[in-house]
Design a protein around this ligand. Structure first.
Ligand SMILES: [Zn+2]
Length: 270
């Protein structure tokens, strides 16, 4: 599933080809994504210049002169640039054709993604209640400490809660808790300020590193497969339940926390 670093890598990959370009037409082959693609998307977007491509949480905001295309990659979506007129294969649901001769093509085999239109995207119902971006100063350990007081839920689902901070998916929560030495099962409200300061630093470090890794794949957005560097980052614990800890050699344990696989080292994390 595309996580925040992959979405940010996608933004960086497609933005230079979109910004400043005028849309000549929009072809929708299948409207049935998580929500239907608006019937009038072609009418809304065609003829407009794309001003900027931004990201909020895992949503891409393709800002036109008037209005914004909000896109989410869901479980299996990707965006890449192809030449206008390149035949579409199965699951290639949308082409946004540009006057440059390139088209932004959306592919999504499982169709859990989204393409929506909004005149006020930051107040759209999907975005308005989102917490701060993890790589901004609005997110820090003090915020984690304050929001966690009195809460008995486990720390791992707490840091994955989009109202607390956006973009900390299962991989990054698992890895950041390991790096900070925090047991994912612990009650969020019982963890000290000092440990939350360390945890926030590790979340930022690991996400930044993943985005930097994704940067090596930017050229693949034109003519390539649009699959940015998934899982290229070195994983210490995620997906390694039953294997040995790379730091201390102890067997890694695995449980499910709020339906998500959670792996930790019983020696390195407490
Ligand atoms: Zn260990």
């Amino acid at each position: 599933m595309p996580e925040l670093p992959e979405v940010e890598t996608t933004r960086r990959g497609i933005a230079p080809h979109l910004e400043g370009q005028r849309v000549s037409r929009v072809i929708v082959r299948d409207r049935r994504l998580r929500w239907p693609i608006p019937e009038d998307l072609d009418v809304r977007l065609s003829g407009q210049r794309i001003v900027q491509v931004e990201r909020r949480a895992k949503y891409l905001l393709i800002n036109a002169e008037v209005g914004t295309l909000i896109s989410h990659l869901g479980m299996s979506g990707n965006l890449r640039l192809v030449e206008v007129g390149m035949p579409a294969a199965r699951h290639e649901h949308v082409d946004i054709e540009l006057e440059s001769g390139l088209a932004l093509r959306y592919t999504d085999p499982r169709r859990f993604g989204a393409m929506l239109w909004s005149l006020d995207p930051l107040n759209h119902e999907l975005l308005v209640r989102l917490g701060p971006e993890p790589l901004t100063d609005l997110f820090d350990g003090e915020r984690l400490f304050q929001l966690s007081r009195g809460r008995s839920m486990a720390v791992k689902p707490f840091i994955m809660d989009n109202a607390v901070v956006v973009g900390v998916g299962n991989i990054y929560a698992t890895e950041a808790l390991f790096a900070a030495g925090v047991d994912p099962r612990r009650a969020a409200g019982g963890i000290s300020r000092a440990r939350y300061l360390k945890l926030a630093i590790e979340i930022k470090r690991i996400l930044t590193h993943a985005i930097e890794r994704g940067g090596t794949t930017l050229r693949d957005f034109i003519g390539g497969d649009g699959q940015p560097g998934y899982f290229q980052q070195e994983l210490f614990v995620y997906g390694r339940g039953g294997a040995l800890c790379k730091v201390c050699g102890t067997g890694l344990r695995e449980i499910r926390l709020v339906q998500r696989a959670s792996v930790w080292c019983p020696r390195c994390q407490s």
